[in-house]
Design a protein around this ligand. Structure first.
Ligand SMILES: NC(=O)C1=CN([C@@H]2O[C@H](COP(=O)(O)OP(=O)(O)OC[C@H]3O[C@@H](n4cnc5c(N)ncnc54)[C@H](OP(=O)(O)O)[C@@H]3O)[C@@H](O)[C@H]2O)[C@@H](O)CC1
Ligand SMILES: [K+]
Length: 515
């Protein structure tokens, strides 16, 4: 699913109005009817008080139009115009007149106005700002947002929580509305998925307002949301006459004394993701552990007992997963440097492999094209430097990706894969994945997918999806706390099977809250 920016949404509005020969006010009416239907379906005429806080632009216009439908159906409403500007949109004014025709007189809130009483069992409709926010809201508007938050009433935000920008983060933490539900038009927005802005909502849903599909389908977006439909189109089916050689040979290089388990997890995940053959390259102390824990894998040992000191093998893997449990011993750094100078095999680099790269930046230039890097936030910071906010992080990571021609996986609640200018936002996964070894499993899955013939970018997007889906399926039986990395591996098979279960409903709902 495409994640449009504000300019693209405004352009889609225009195109829809032209191609469907409707007025902009009719488009707003569609939005308002969808909002009303959503509420009415759930409230069924209940007498709960609904407070609608409406700005003076089109987001406010949506709120005012919704108020009219609620009034027509006998709901108990209070309507407030948050009068933060003299420049009102035409469609806001049209809808304000329609409301007044019904003898509903909104209360105009200005700086210093007394604020209406809102009970904790009431409902707030937040239609103050939409995607048009382009500067910090005035202090009195921020105060109003704080006041709404304190009321503890259920908050429904129209299109986007007011105070959130489409391409920035709020300057102060409470300068945006915290929504229980966001009812977003046509498509979710990128900010729903970033750690600093995703916290402003618990759930989001998409309301289809029938924007020009042809126009939308031709738009190129910087970001895409990755669900089942997106990864299915990349899935490589197994062939009847295949043999284990058909699905590639993965080599996992890593481990140090006390950290051999990381290699076991990666190698096992590579096998479960479908790699035909898997070999582990470990210090000598890892030999018995691997042969015992994972009989399916082959093992090549380093001359050193405790650390990787010289990467030397006479097999021809299709891809190498490098760095899990590696440590940063001086001999390991040298081994990695020598290895990168000679190596032409595609790489997936994780953990201490990444740390060694960030401490020896000259090595970055030695990575083969489209090397996949899977840093957690601290490792990412060591690679790309500190960032000011999530948008700055994305920009810096993209610059890094372009500079070194590498794919970067920014791990998080919604892991984002970046390559050049494009980003792919994952939708699977859960908080239980914040557990030891979870990253080693991801490295193994992606390595196993490259081995099978997936292009590096496809392997990364698909691997991140499968990793999260496997965890989502396993967590149904374990709960967040008891989910382990091994549990994630155990779910990979089911995650594959799930790809072919009933076709996915259009993505209309998402939960960001704890279970
Ligand atoms: N296709 C769709 O999805 C459809 C979308 N629709 C709806 O339209 C919404 C977008 O509406 P919108 O463009 O009128 O902007 P909105 O957010 O209401 O802001 C209003 C104005 O406030 C101003 N302003 C900005 N920051 C400010 C600040 N800090 N303090 C004071 N003023 C500030 C700024 O104007 P400026 O002052 O810069 O001229 C801005 O234009 C969208 O979210 C959705 O709800 C539907 O109706 C139909 C189809
Ligand atoms: K809003």
């Amino acid at each position: 699913m495409k994640l449009f920016n504000a300019q693209q949404i405004y352009a889609a509005d225009k195109s829809t109005i032209a191609s469907q020969q409707i007025t902009s006010d009719e488009l707003m009416e569609r939005a308002a009817v969808q909002l009303f239907n959503w509420l009415h379906l759930r409230l069924q005429g209940a007498s709960v008080k609904i407070h609608l806080f409406c700005g003076i632009g089109n987001n406010g216009g949506d709120g005012i139009a919704l108020a009219r439908h609620l009034q027509d159906h006998g709901y108990n409403i209070g309507v407030y115009v948050v009068n933060y500007s003299k420049t009102r949109s035409d469609d806001f004014l049209i809808n304000l007149d329609r409301l007044k025709e019904r003898k509903v007189w909104p209360i105009f809130l200005e700086e210093g106005s007394a604020l209406p009483e809102v009970g904790r069992d009431d409902i707030i409709v937040d239609a103050i700002f939409g995607i048009g926010l382009n500067r910090p809201p005035a202090a009195w508007v921020v105060n109003l947002m704080r006041y709404l938050h304190k009321s503890e009433a259920l908050v429904l935000s129209v299109d986007i929580p007011s105070g959130l920008y489409m391409d920035n983060v709020p300057k102060e933490e409470d300068a945006a509305v915290k929504a229980n539900y966001v009812l977003s038009f046509q498509a979710p927005k990128l900010v729903f998925f970033l750690p600093e802005t995703g916290i402003y909502m618990e759930h989001w849903e998409v309301l289809d307002i029938g924007l020009d599909q042809k126009f939308l389908s031709e738009l190129e977006t910087e970001y895409r949301l990755i669900g089942k439909n997106e990864v299915l189109s990349h899935y490589l089916p197994r062939e009847k006459f295949a043999h284990k050689g058909t699905y590639g040979h993965s080599l996992i290089i890593g481990g140090s004394y006390g950290k051999i388990g990381a290699v076991v997890l990666s190698a096992k995940a590579a096998l479960h993701s479908g790699s035909g053959l898997v070999t582990a390259y470990v210090p000598e102390c890892g030999y018995t552990i691997l042969q015992t824990a994972l009989p399916e894998a082959m093992v090549v040992v380093d001359v050193d007992k405790k650390n990787i000191s010289n990467i030397d093998f006479d097999i021809s893997p299709k891809v190498i997963g490098l760095g899990v449990g590696l440590g940063k011993a001086a001999s390991t750094v040298k081994a990695l440097s020598d290895f990168l100078s000679e190596n032409k095999i595609p790489l997936v680099i994780d953990a201490d492999g990444l740390n060694i790269l960030s401490e020896n930046q000259a090595l970055l230039k030695k990575m083969p094209a489209k090397t996949i890097l899977t840093p957690h936030p601290k490792e990412l910071e060591r690679l790309i430097g500190k960032w000011e906010n999530d948008f700055d992080k994305l920009k810096k990571a993209k610059d890094f990706s372009k500079k070194y021609d590498c794919i970067i996986v920014i791990k998080g609640a919604h892991t984002i894969t970046l390559y050049g200018e494009k980003g792919y936002v994952n939708t699977t996964g859960n908080p239980g994945m914040a557990t030891a070894g979870s990253g080693d499993v991801l490295t193994g899955i992606i390595t196993g997918l490259v081995a099978q013939g997936y292009e590096p970018l496809e392997a990364t997007i698909f691997g991140v999806y499968l990793h999260g889906k496997a965890a989502d399926l396993t967590v149904e039986n374990t709960g967040y706390q008891a989910l382990t990395a091994t549990g994630i591996i155990d779910g990979i098979g089911e995650a594959y099977l799930d790809l072919f279960k009933t076709p996915e409903e259009p993505q209309v709902q998402n939960e960001q809250s704890e279970q």
